[in-house]
Design a protein around this ligand. Sequence first.
Ligand code: GDP
Ligand code: MG
Ligand code: ZN
Length: 466
Amino acid sequence: MSEKTTSNNEKDETNSSSSIEESVIEEEENPSETVTSKKASSSSASKKKKKEVEADTIEYSKGKQAEINIGTIGHVDHGKSTLVKALTGTFPDTHSEELKRGITIRLGYADCDIRFCPKCSGKEKWTTEETCPNCKTETKVSRRISFVDAPGHEVLMATLLTGAAIFDGAILVIAANENCPQAQTREHLAAMDAVDIQNIIIVQNKIELVTEEEAIKNYNDIKKFVKGTVAETAPIIPLSAIHGANIDYLIETIEKVIKTPKRDEKIDPRMFVARSFEVNKPGTIPEELLGGVLGGSIIQGVLKEGDEIEIRPGIRAGRKVTAIKTKIISIHAGTLGRVKEAKPGGLMSIGTNIDPALTRADSLVGNIIGKPEKLPPVIEEIDLQINLMDFVVGLEERTKVKNLTVGEQLMLNVWTAITLGQITMVKGNRIKVQLVRPVCAEVGTRVAISRRLAGRFRLIGFGNVR
Ligand code: GDP
Ligand code: MG
Ligand code: ZN
């Protein structure tokens, strides 16, 4: 018990409420190596005995895993985190704290069950409560969903694009009491365009602060703004996140617009790594060290405890990368805790037996986990069919996107990987880019392209791997 207290304190100092970290803390209590300890031959007899005892006491969650990830996007302070709190009960925002400390910016995370009342009808039947707020009947679970709360600050576009790789849909939050579009409203929608997020819902938040006339004007401005984008036909839901007003209507809309995609469980599994860390406390003796932990989302297939896995591209030493082969020691899914297997939807963390030094400080972000030899190839020079925007995203002044030139440096987001690269060829709408950091990708993979302008990388378009 004292161990848990210590780790919680540590967590408060450096981390957020995100469940990945919570999972890790549990992991410290329940050393995960135990699962394979029966097969391990190297450990000492007494240690082995201790571990076998622990293996029998592992508690697996019987809860249902989240089925989809919904991103929250939009301008800072428009109410994204408050909305996630209204839906899930958890306030996911940790970024301002982390900004202050100057450490890695992370995505917030929370999940909840979408429930319905068997007696009520229309939007009134939708809730996240266990008893119906209208008639007090016990509600039933439709499905579990998870929210990935994207940071609202301009600096964090790259983080948003990383997160977007695991979105099944997104909620664009727009404050009704401000002119539309604000800078990051525009940027984030452009990001959704660049990574091709189709299922978007627009929330017109803080609706209680405006008159009906102002609300209608704001609605018309939103309509005008989304014309010609991925959100052109997105429903617009007026609500007040802070007062929980019209949340039932939003839940109903989520059920209609962001459906759980058909998942093929037999397909080769793939997990995108969005976090990586070491969970050992300083001073842990070598025999007690836990292996490196990888956090992220499964995009397809199923990963199970005990699975042999490969992590690609892997570890970099100079220009060379080496794939990592290891074994899944434990899986923690979302807020559920430990599970035997995990599928797409929600965030999870995977305990491995690789050297924890390799996973420290998000060093393996952008990697892909799958079965050995079943992952997309590692690419050092990427060949793209590109689609540039007319105007640069994120600049105050409307600035035309100039043509790309050989020798120019770009930033590319490839799934959850971010890399710099230098253009080696331009031929019409086709470019080749020599990457500083090799990435895993396959034909058709969508790549977001940013160029350095006014001191920062700005999104200028996207490409598809040829
Ligand atoms: P984020 O930066 O988009 O995540 O915004 P937050 O969720 O942190 O909210 C920013 C501020 O707006 C906070 O002070 C919230 O309390 C407030 N806020 C959020 N939703 C509403 C709402 O529906 N009405 C009003 N009046 N304030 C809200
Ligand atoms: Mg926030
Ligand atoms: Zn009811």
